[in-house]
Design a protein. Structure first.
Length: 64
């Protein structure tokens, strides 16, 4: 399969570019909007950890 960084980039920055929103989102950069998830483990070593986020913050609200 694809390497985890390629998959993560496709889900974030590449998706933002396709939607024309990469100036506002898609990467962790000062001044950009950000939703955040925290996972237990390193998704670059085991991408499956993304299936069970421990913390989800969207639009400034914590959901988990």
């Amino acid at each position: 399969g694809m390497d985890p960084m390629t998959v993560i980039r496709a889900m974030t920055l590449d998706a933002a570019r396709v939607m024309g929103a990469d100036r506002e989102s898609g990467s962790v950069t000062e001044g950009k909007l950000a939703d955040v998830i925290a996972v237990r483990g390193d998704p670059l070593r085991h991408i499956d950890v993304l299936r069970e986020p421990r913390i989800v913050i969207k639009h400034g609200r914590r959901f988990r």
